[in-house]
Design a protein around this ligand. Structure first.
Ligand code: ASP
Length: 352
């Protein structure tokens, strides 16, 4: 079972200080070395042993963990819902939330949470590390401490889902994992970082999403009947059709070239037309790390535009896939609405 949570309370001055809840889901950050040198998940009730600097912080920290601690390559929408439900349940009790998460799929989870939380008025900061907390050179301590500082709400009014990693705070649905080696493992190519941690944590307040006045709403349905089709020179009709004819397919993210270009060969366009005719939504996202899809800029995207392919502007592949699942889950009987909402920013995930 995913949803059961185990709570640890470290609160010292319960009624005086800002309060942050850590939600521990797994990943490298949570590993400590035992006496034989092997790595295993640390018990969250020992967090002050793992990060003794936290004893000096000026806010209260509680923490909880999913009872199924995972490597984030096992992440699923059910886990996203479990994380969201914890935050929803505890929303009024804390000033902010830190989600400890594996780096591999952190960008997907950040995007999912950003879409699920409509009118979020508090910080939800995901972080993790490249080296386990229990190792001498771990980047995890600094990442946790900065994420907690930001989530405590004492520095700036952050009302969105973010990723903090190696001195940068990113909008969660704009971030992408770029390195399996470096400590600065994340990047946000199409949107500046929201804050930078040096001697001070300096925010670019004008970039933060405005604080909503309406109450929080949490939407929890994802339709996973989607696929990603990455183009490459030489891709065959059989490969394209094997994706587009997947039984039950509702949406496909097509990873195109440059500013949203794709082959103009007849077989390719016919395959797209047939899928769209069956009700499959096709979302055009560029393979380029930076920049935007501009449908109709080249002849190579005019045909797709005519067929009804939806342009994804400058959205990341992670946010694009999750947005497709989220909108199909929200509006299962209204494909037109899904198509319309795909190309407008819902939580700052794409340019307007
Ligand atoms: N495989 C790990 C995970 O994503 C990697 C990490 O945490 O950095 O859970």
């Amino acid at each position: 079972m995913i949803g059961r949570i185990i709570f640890f309370t470290f609160s010292r001055y319960y009624y005086m200080l800002n309060k942050v809840l850590i939600v521990y889901t797994g990943g490298t950050i949570g590993m400590v070395q035992d006496e034989n040198g092997s790595l295993h998940p640390f018990a969250l009730d020992r967090i002050y042993d793992a990060v003794p600097q936290l004893r000096a912080c000026s806010y209260d920290i509680d923490s909880c963990q999913l009872d199924n601690i995972i490597d984030s390559s096992n992440m699923t929408p059910d886990f996203w819902v479990s994380i969201a439900e914890i935050i929803e349940r505890e929303y009024d009790n804390y000033d902010g939330f830190v989600v400890l998460h594996g780096t591999d799929t952190m960008a997907y989870t950040a995007a999912a949470l950003s879409f699920m939380f409509k009118n979020l008025a508090k910080p939800v900061v995901l972080t993790g590390s490249q080296l386990p907390l229990g190792m001498l050179r771990s980047d995890g301590r600094e990442n946790i401490i900065c994420a907690l500082e930001i989530a405590s709400g004492r520095l700036a009014q952050v009302s969105e889902v973010c990723i903090f990693f190696e001195s940068h705070l990113y909008r969660g649905n704009r971030a992408t994992k770029v390195s399996a080696e470096n400590f600065d493992a994340f990047e946000s190519y199409n949107f500046p970082s929201l804050a930078k941690a040096g001697i001070n944590i300096t925010f670019k307040e004008h970039l933060l999403l405005p604080r909503p006045t309406e109450p929080l709403q949490v939407r929890k349905h994802f339709d996973t009947r989607v696929a990603v089709l990455k183009l490459f020179p030489g891709i065959t009709e059989a490969v394209v059709q094997s994706v587009l004819r997947t039984p039950g397919l509702q949406g496909v993210v097509i990873e195109t070239y440059g500013s949203g270009n794709a082959p103009t060969e007849r077989w390719f366009l016919d395959a797209l037309a047939e899928a769209i005719g069956r009700g499959v939504i096709v979302f055009n996202i560029t393979q380029c790390k930076a920049g935007s899809v501009k449908m109709k800029q080249y002849a190579a995207s005019c045909d797709m535009d005519r067929l009804g392919v939806v342009g994804g502007a400058d959205i990341t592949i992670e946010a694009g896939v999750v947005k497709m699942m989220y909108l199909l889950g929200c509006y299962p009987d209204n494909k037109e609405h899904v198509r319309e909402r795909l190309c407008v920013p819902l939580r700052g995930e794409m340019m307007a």
